[in-house]
Design a protein around this ligand. Structure first.
Ligand SMILES: C[S@@+](CC[C@H](N)C(=O)[O-])C[C@H]1O[C@@H](n2cnc3c(N)ncnc32)[C@H](O)[C@@H]1O
Length: 409
């Protein structure tokens, strides 16, 4: 197995250092608590806030933290300005070059004042750039707008947020579980009932497309961070329309590839894979990965890409155990999804997916260590976290079964 970054072992037995480190933390806790109380008292004091904003040495920190706080307060408005721009196809128009206000107003069917209001809002959050160096002001893509143009997955999510934000409109009811049924639980029908309910055709295409739109970036992260050329036979569980496996097929001509999906999605995968040059290399199996038998023959690699976080611990453990049971000796289970806990991905995993999955009705983001613990319970060993370049898109944890003394099923 080889990785481009350095893999971090996820140990589940406390090391010899665990006890002394705990003691040290306990020793320093009173001073840490005192410092935290002092800091919070000061930060909550309006006089201190004003003083910090005026004093030259503390001014940059005061500005930065008030800006961060205001960004949290205003985040929904920023998102809605972005949603309006996507719905109006603004970024697609600007990618061909800067435009004047009358041109943009005409193309988006907005009154010039409304178009200008939108453009100025987008410029303030780096999505658009205003060039007023000539007599006629023109509007072009800003750095974040340009990045968005190259990321169809993000655009699909922005459109999807109409449903997500409606479900989050009463967050306390959502947390208490006494709100109305959510849209996301209908969009992701397998989420509503343990064991999976075969979904209706219309919704299936919608959620399969939504996943496929962001799959390229995830596939790139997985394949760029972990070299799976050693594998001869691979199974992708819940592989959607097969986009991930098509990328694997393109890079690794010798791996035999299998995908398992719920029947309605498997049908879409068959069609989409069949239309490509990989039609003969990828076998699509329809079935429920909790209850139906897995394809026979033993696998070197079983992948769970953006699957585990959709499920509660008991189901995740069952899935990992079933995956381990079809591995050949020396085989690997690879879990790839946004992971909680790290500074780089905490906002997307803990905050965004934490609430998203709550609205969906099941599942939770997990830290690499939590995934590792489930892998260990499922009978996997040599559990490693593999770093990816873009943890917001996906993290990665691998677990293996040893080459010897393995009951091979
Ligand atoms: C979040 S999507 C991820 C799809 C794909 N792996 C990706 O990353 O784009 C979860 C996938 O798991 C599939 N799935 C959910 N429950 C399943 C079950 N019980 N058996 C088989 N597939 C299932 C869904 O149909 C869906 O395509």
């Amino acid at each position: 197995m080889s990785t481009t970054g350095s893999a971090t072992p996820l140990s589940h037995r406390p090391s010899g250092w665990a006890a002394p480190i705990r003691e040290l933390r306990r020793f320093f806790r009173p001073s840490r608590d005192r410092w935290r109380d002092f800091r919070n008292r000061k930060l909550a004091d309006p006089a201190f806030q004003q003083g910090a904003a005026r004093f030259w040495l503390t001014r940059p920190f005061a500005r930065r933290s008030s800006r961060r706080l205001f960004d949290l307060v205003a985040g929904f408005v920023y998102s809605q300005a972005l949603a309006a721009a996507v719905e109006l196809g603004l970024f697609d128009r600007l990618k061909r070059g800067p435009r004047t206000l009358p041109e943009i107003a005409a193309a988006t069917d907005l009154a010039p004042e409304a178009a200008e209001r939108l453009l100025r809002a987008l410029a303030a959050i780096d999505l658009v750039e205003i060039d007023d160096s000539e007599e006629e002001v023109v509007y072009g893509l800003g750095p974040l707008g340009a990045a968005l143009v190259g990321n169809p997955g993000a655009e699909a999510m922005i459109r999807h947020h109409k449903d997500v934000y409606r479900d989050l409109s009463d967050p306390v009811a959502l947390l208490k579980g006494n709100g109305p049924p959510t849209r996301l639980s209908k969009l992701w029908p397998y989420a509503a009932a343990p064991g999976g309910t075969p979904p209706g055709d219309g919704d299936v295409a919608a959620y399969t497309d939504l996943m496929a739109a962001s799959q390229d970036i995830v596939a790139e992260e997985v394949l760029g961070s972990y070299d799976l050329s050693w594998a001869k036979r691979m199974l992708d569980l819940g592989g959607g329309d097969g986009r991930f496996l098509r990328r694997v097929a393109a890079r690794h001509p010798d791996i035999e590839l299998h995908l398992m999906e719920l029947p309605a999605v498997a049908e879409i995968a068959r069609q989409r894979i069949g239309d490509t040059r990989f039609g003969r290399r990828i076998t699509v199996h329809q079935g429920d990965f909790f209850t139906d038998p897995f394809p026979e023959g033993g696998f070197d690699l079983v992948t769970l890409v953006r699957i585990l976080h959709d499920h509660e611990d008991a189901e995740a453990l069952k899935l990992l155990t079933r995956a381990r049971e079809v591995l050949r000796p020396g085989g690997v289970v690879l879990v790839a999804e946004p992971m909680a806990g790290s500074d780089d991905s905490a906002a997307i995993a803990d905050a965004y997916f934490g609430f998203y999955l709550l609205a969906m009705g099941r599942g939770r983001p997990r830290t690499p260590r939590e995934i590792g613990r489930l892998m260990s319970e499922a009978g996997l060993s040599r559990i490693h976290e593999v770093p990816t370049a873009l943890p917001v898109a996906t993290g990665m944890v691998l677990g293996e079964i040893p080459r010897r003394n393995v009951a091979f099923t």
